[in-house]
Design a protein around this ligand. Sequence first.
Ligand code: SIN
Ligand code: FE2
Length: 215
Amino acid sequence: MQRGLFANPAENAREPLTEGAVLLHGYANPRQDGLLAAVQEVSAAAPFRNMITPGGQRMSVAMTNCGDAGWFSDRRGYRYDPIDPTTAQPWPPMPDLFLNLATCAAAEAGFDAFRPDVCLINRYEPGTRLSLHQDKDERDFGAPIVSVSLGLPAVFLWGGLTRGDRPRRIRLESGDVVVWGGPARLVYHGIAPLADGDHPLTGRVRLNLTFRKAL
Ligand code: SIN
Ligand code: FE2
């Protein structure tokens, strides 16, 4: 693991959220251009698409994946699939830079053995939102979630272990990384409707990379 790629003590402010969850401010900043280029490479092979929920709604967030499998939703339900149902090809492999970032950030948060096998990439445009949910389609909740923000800022909704818990509103900037696991692994979270803006890295877009051990 090349910790030096990301650990930047000057920018690396840690903000504990709840037990098991930490926001690493600016952790991905030193590699934002490389991360964006890798997203473009992945999405050239597996295009962003708006998936359909089991209830028949079109999700406003556009998604793609890389790694050994991809998160997918359609009328049949939520699941991980090693084949992209849109292209009928395997999802693109996880770029080394992604793997490095996810393992280093997890270690920084106290999860030393994290080896993600999938990365969900979300693309938000102004007005797009992601309603409160738990990440619970993975086989093993022993592994944490590592979530990386690029581009336009967002309001992260950080709730509790039940849907009714009133969420905190946390501003996420480009380069911020949130890691949650252990007692926080099943916390409800979401993204408030994205405010319009123009970001030097991405324009009118926010990207989020979510690393998980799913299989
Ligand atoms: C997610 O929960 O899948 C994404 C969260 C985010 O976009 O920050
Ligand atoms: Fe999530």
